[in-house]
Design a protein around this ligand. Structure first.
Ligand SMILES: Cc1cc2nc3c(=O)[nH]c(=O)nc-3n(C[C@H](O)[C@H](O)[C@H](O)COP(=O)(O)OP(=O)(O)OC[C@H]3O[C@@H](n4cnc5c(N)ncnc54)[C@H](O)[C@@H]3O)c2cc1C
Length: 374
């Protein structure tokens, strides 16, 4: 087992750190374009379709670099949903024709993508979606009301999952371009955290799609969804590792400089231990993310490891954001500290790609596959 990085990985990480600083200086609406122009959306995609073909451990390390210098969790979530929730899934299970049609545009960021699965009445229980993918004289038709779709505001391609009419229990995943008649993107939601993720409802009103738009096989939509969740849970919060490191560095600097009377607050064990706990959460989060990415690189499904990584990183980031806030006293309450927003961002991240409760069930199932409940 090795814990070091190769020179190539280190160079890429440093390039992404520098890119994060550059993107931070760009106006928010232009940021996704800047990330894409520098190749951040192509990192793990196949070279023959415009990607850089990095493995997933290296890709995660690149996103850690971005998170260190780019304090825009909503944007990085949206970039990850595009790349890990759709593009990577397409690269793994798409036909050659689907990959050739969509991957070059997804890799360059010319077209952005969204996962459109959640519905108000199904929520965590994806098997209960009411949306359908049903036969139509011209091919297939997708109908359904999806909510909380990350990136919807910017997306040009949706990975829609709906019930397959002739198979009561089966789901089918289809790729629906935004320009398809019947696609209606709603008003972006005013989230408390992750505001720049472009989350909105999307209505699919009898959208005609060809049989060639089915990802995987008809009736295999749940497997496609699980693949997307494996990638998202392992990799979507890799940028958070960088953000947690930045927050720890800033908290340490603040604590060292903040003197009350003659002594620094760092002299109090209670303060130093908050920093120690932030360090523990950062390092354990890193181990779990890279472990899950490594398993995926070896071709494993990694459902348990990916769920463990997402569960732990999301909760760790939320707890560390609260510690960073508490450590600053009233100064943490000021908007300019960035901490109220960081707490909101971190809390929102405990919900997407599976709530903590759902992820605990996935981990439990990986320990005891024959358990009946959950
Ligand atoms: C910022 C953000 C971005 C998102 N992006 C997307 C996206 O791009 N695409 C998309 O399709 N969806 C997206 N979602 C939706 C997200 O996947 C769902 O919100 C999530 O799956 C939970 O569904 P729900 O909100 O309906 O909560 P519910 O499922 O109603 O859950 C309510 C509570 O019940 C608990 N619960 C529910 N079922 C179980 C269970 N089986 N076991 C234990 N506890 C359970 C939950 O843990 C939670 O505490 C996003 C959400 C957020 C907040």
């Amino acid at each position: 087992m090795q814990f070091g990085w190769t020179d190539e990985q280190t160079r890429l990480h440093q390039r992404m750190r520098a890119l994060g600083s550059d993107v931070a200086a760009v106006k928010p609406p232009e940021r996704m374009r800047a990330l894409a122009a520098a190749g951040a959306l192509a990192l793990p995609l196949p070279a023959r379709h415009g990607g850089a073909e990095h493995d997933l451990v290296t890709t995660a390390y690149a996103f850690e670099g971005l998170g260190e210098t780019l304090d825009d969790a909503g944007l990085l979530l949206a970039a990850g949903a595009h790349l890990f929730g759709v593009a990577l899934v397409l690269a793994r299970v798409g036909t050659e024709a689907q990959c050739a049609r969509w991957l070059p545009e997804l890799a360059s960021g010319e077209r952005l993508a969204s996962v459109a699965v959640t519905e108000h009445r199904s929520g965590s229980n994806v098997a209960a979606v009411a949306g359908v993918v049903e036969p139509d004289p011209a091919g297939l038709r997708a109908t359904g009301e999806k909510c909380y779709v990350t990136n919807a505001e910017r997306a040009g391609l949706f990975l829609f999952v709906g019930r397959t009419a002739e198979q009561a229990r089966g789901l089918t995943a289809v790729l629906v371009p935004r320009e398809t008649p019947g696609v209606v993107v709603g008003k972006p939601l005013e989230l408390a955290g992750l505001r720049t993720a472009g989350v909105a409802p999307v209505s699919f009103q009898g959208c005609p799609v060809s049989a060639g738009a089915v990802l995987g096989k008809r009736g295999a939509g749940m497997a496609v969804f699980h693949l997307a969740m494996g990638f998202e849970r392992a990799l979507l919060l890799a940028f958070r590792l960088g953000a947690m490191r930045r927050q720890l560095d800033e908290a340490l600097t603040f604590a060292a400089r903040r003197t009350l009377g003659e002594s620094s607050i760092l002299e109090h064990d209670a303060v130093a231990h908050r920093l120690a706990r932030m360090k523990r959460r950062l390092e354990t989060s890193r181990l779990l993310v890279y472990r899950a990415a490594w398993e995926l690189d070896t071709g494993e499904r990694a459902a348990g490891s990916a769920a463990l990584a997402k569960w732990h990183v999301a909760e760790s980031a939320a707890e560390s954001a609260l510690d960073a806030f508490a450590l600053r006293g009233a100064a943490g309450c000021l908007e300019e500290s960035g901490l109220p927003g960081a707490i909101d961002d971190a809390l929102a991240a405990t919900i997407h790609s599976g709530t903590a409760d759902v992820l605990a069930t996935v981990v439990a199932r990986s320990l005891a596959p024959h358990r009946q409940s959950g």
